[in-house]
Design a protein. Structure first.
Length: 114
């Protein structure tokens, strides 16, 4: 038979080896639990950061929309004021033209009398 050790060739572990192995297993279990806890804490912190960023972005969106409404209102008011000013200028221009016509008519009438 070749030199192939089988299960019967392995000496049984002594009590000290078993205690050491158990202590190692418990230590690994504690490490896994601590790592799992840290991972969950990190995940919760990341979720909180994402939620904070989303809330801040939503606040910015609301503020920007309010700014847009205010600017639109201001532009519409300025446009109405411009139209009113143009209409008033046109009315004044028409009145000036009428006054010039009246002056010409009076001048013509005065020259005809002279």
């Amino acid at each position: 038979m070749p030199n192939n050790p089988d299960a019967t060739d392995i000496p049984p572990p002594d009590e000290a080896s078993l205690r050491l192995a158990l202590a190692g297993v418990r230590d690994l279990q504690r490490t896994v639990a601590a790592l799992r806890s840290e991972l969950e804490r990190a995940h919760q912190e990341r979720q909180r950061q994402v939620q904070d960023a989303a809330s801040a972005a939503q606040g910015d969106i609301v503020q920007l929309r309010d700014t847009i409404v205010a600017l639109r209102t201001s532009l519409e008011k300025a446009a109405r004021e411009r139209i009113d000013a143009l209409q008033a200028a046109a009315a004044h221009h028409a009145e000036i033209a009428q006054l010039h016509e009246t002056i010409r008519a009076i001048r013509t009438a005065l020259e005809a009398r002279a």
